[in-house]
Design a protein around this ligand. Structure first.
Ligand SMILES: [Zn+2]
Length: 382
């Protein structure tokens, strides 16, 4: 059955039809018209109560439909275990981390007003356009090198704490990052402004490939401690089709571009900067994974099974498959599953049909596309 996705207009979204979200929403529903200048940030596909998809035929909420038809439609599960989204980012999202399941349950029990969800939120992001993110701590030697290069940062954190990174232990990084995150705002402001105003530091930023990111973050979030995250976290530039996986405890921030995101059905975020929202610094510091790793290691590798390119993260809540085939194939046999899947078509047109052997896609000859491209979110692939 066809779904109508839920469109979010958070302030950080790309504007009007620059946004992949707006383009998709317009193709998805005749009732949607993109308005110039409006930010279109997220397109939700799933049954999360904060943005449920609707059945196109009846306008029933997907969650209600699945609950009523769990046996036939979703392997007896009363709700979808995953949430599938498209994000269009003009302005950085907050530096954040997601708790693991145990911590999510504890946080929800202790602070239900802030942590409204008791589920964990591992995320997989696949770039649809050139996509930039901060992801995981840099190797400790790299962080030390950057702190030594930028004297104001060294002064803010303290030379001894920076020297201590030499031990290459998670504890030394925890001490360093918590010093940064708990510094007084006046000191943070002074550090950021000195780096901004000093010609030598600007040259150094340029040499490290961080000048544009620094300037953009400064413009959007002046003097926010999150700007200094660029010296601690890996900067990852994804080409369309490349992916990163954000496991529990992995600090990250999406900076710009369009991506597809699949996650466990949850909204559980601990924020640490680049946001006017509540920052829970104490929980953040205790939650993070302090093992530094080089940027190259952060790329998530897909596997190919027949025509399907598979992204299978180490959690059972979801996998994502990419179908990319010439429409001269006329039809495509889908993998059989008793659980509900969501298929997002990006190129080409197809009708989904069923027969004894399961579902298959039949391609429209009238489609202008040479290839059919779609991403499918599914539960429990293996
Ligand atoms: Zn996240």
């Amino acid at each position: 059955m066809e779904l109508i996705g839920d469109v979010k207009t958070y302030e950080w979204g790309k504007l009007g039809l620059d946004s992949e979200v707006a383009k998709l929403a317009q193709l998805n529903s005749v009732k949607f018209t993109a308005v110039e200048g409006t930010p279109y940030s997220e397109f939700w596909m799933g049954d999360h109560p904060s943005g449920p998809s609707l059945l196109k035929d009846t306008s029933q909420e997907l969650g209600a439909f699945i609950a009523e038809n769990a046996d036939s439609a979703n392997g007896s599960m009363k709700s979808l275990p995953f949430l599938f989204k498209v994000l269009s980012i003009r302005k950085a999202l907050s530096v954040q981390v997601h708790p693991n399941k145990e911590e999510a349950e504890r946080l929800h029990a202790e602070h239900p007003d802030i942590y409204k969800d008791a589920n964990h939120k591992p995320e997989l992001a696949i770039a649809l356009t050139t996509f930039r993110a901060l992801c995981g701590f840099r190797p400790l030697a790299e962080i030390q090198g950057l702190c030594k290069k930028f004297e104001p940062l060294m002064q803010l954190i303290g030379p001894e704490i920076i020297e201590n990174l030499e031990s290459n232990t998670p504890e030394s990084l925890k001490l360093c990052y918590s010093k940064l995150m708990t510094s007084a705002q006046d000191d943070i402001t002074k550090c950021i402004e000195t780096i901004r105003d000093d010609a030598k530091h600007q040259e150094e930023l340029e040499a490290c490939g961080l000048k544009d990111i620094f300037a953009t973050l400064y413009k959007d979030f002046p003097n926010d401690v999150g700007i200094l995250s660029i010296f601690f976290l890996n900067v990852i530039n994804l080409k369309p089709g490349q992916a990163i996986f954000l496991a529990a405890k992995e600090p990250h921030a999406y900076l710009e571009g369009d991506c597809l995101e699949c996650m466990a059905c949850s909204d559980n975020v601990i924020r640490a900067g680049l946001t006017p929202k509540f920052k829970d610094i104490h929980t953040l510091i205790e939650t993070l994974n302090y093992n530094g790793e080089p940027a190259e290691k952060k790329l998530f590798q897909s596997a190919k099974i027949d025509d399907l390119e598979l992204f299978v993260p180490p959690v059972k809540d979801f996998s994502v498959g990419k179908i990319h085939i010439p429409i001269t194939n006329t039809f495509y046999q889908m993998r059989h599953s008793k659980y509900a899947s969501i298929l997002l078509v990006l190129d080409g047109e197809a009708i989904i049909k069923t027969r004894d052997s399961g579902c298959y896609l039949e391609f429209y000859r009238k489609s202008e596309a040479d290839n059919f491209t779609a991403y499918m979110a599914m539960y429990n692939f293996f």
